[in-house]
Design a protein around this ligand. Structure first.
Ligand SMILES: [Zn+2]
Length: 215
C-alpha cells in the first residue's frame, strides 16, 4: 500500500444517488488510484468500487465520492467492514507505518509487519492483519486466490530484483547504468505495481541515490 493523492472531482452521476458504479466513477477512480487496487497494489482480480467506511445503508456514505475507493474483489472480500489506514490521507503514512517484506520463493509467506513505532496504533495493526490475509490467504478459497497473487508477486519482484542486480553489476559502466536506472525509476514510481515492496528494498539496503525516484 502506498499513499496516493485524490485529484478528480466528484462525478455528477453520484448526485442522483442511484448507482455508485457509474462509468464516470470508474474512470475517475482508475485515474486517481493509478489503475490498481489500493490494498494489494495489483490489478490481478476483478475491479470493485469499495466503500472505505462501510455505508451500512447510509445513503450519504454510500454515494460520497471521497468514500469510494478502487479495490479488487479479492481484497474487498477480506477487508469487508474493517477500518484500516487511509492511503489518501497524507497524515497516515502507509509506507512508513508498515514494513513490506518481499519473498524469493513461492512457498514462503509474505510477511507484512507493523513498524515498531506504531505497534500500539490500532488502525496500523488492523491494516497489517488485512494485508497478511490478502497476500497469504486465511481460508482455503482465499489461499487459492492468494497463491495466484503470489505468482504474480514473484514475477514482478524477481524482475525488479534482476534490475537491482544489474544496477550493482554495471555500477562502473555509466552508459549501461543510466539505462538500468531509468527502468528502476519506472518501478519505483507509484503507478507501478507492488510499489511499497520495491521501495522497501531500496530503503532497507540503503540505496540513497535511488530514493529520489519515490514520488
Ligand atoms: Zn486487491
Amino acid at each position: 500500500m502506498i499513499n496516493i493523492t485524490r485529484k478528480e472531482k466528484a462525478p455528477d452521476c453520484l448526485k442522483k444517488q442511484t448507482n455508485y458504479n457509474c462509468e464516470d466513477v470508474l474512470e475517475k477512480l482508475e485515474k486517481d488510484f493509478l489503475g490498481k487496487c489500493y490494498i494489494c497494489e495489483t490489478n490481478q482480480f476483478s475491479t470493485n468500487v469499495e466503500h472505505f467506511k462501510a455505508h451500512k445503508g447510509n445513503k450519504k456514505l454510500k454515494f460520497d465520492w471521497e468514500n469510494l475507493y478502487l479495490a479488487c474483489n479479492h481484497c474487498n472480500n477480506i477487508k469487508l467492514t474493517t477500518d484500516i489506514l487511509d492511503c489518501t490521507n497524507p497524515k497516515q503514512n502507509v509506507e512508513e507505518q508498515i514494513i513490506y517484506n518481499s519473498i524469493s520463493e513461492i512457498k514462503e509467506k509474505i510477511k507484512i509487519k507493523v513498524n515498531e513505532l506504531y505497534k500500539n496504533d490500532k488502525l496500523t495493526l488492523q491494516t497489517v492483519d488485512i494485508l497478511n490475509k490478502v497476500y497469504n490467504g486465511h481460508t482455503k478459497i482465499k489461499e487459492i486466490d492468494a497463491n495466484n497473487l503470489k505468482i504474480y508477486f514473484l514475477e514482478e519482484m524477481l524482475y525488479f530484483q534482476g534490475l537491482m542486480l544489474k544496477y550493482n553489476k554495471e555500477k562502473f559502466n555509466e552508459k549501461k547504468l543510466s539505462k538500468i536506472e531509468s527502468k528502476i525509476e519506472d518501478e519505483l514510481h507509484k503507478g507501478s505495481k507492488l510499489t511499497a515492496f520495491k521501495r522497501q528494498i531500496i530503503k532497507k539496503y540503503n540505496y540513497k541515490k535511488l530514493q529520489k525516484y519515490f514520488d
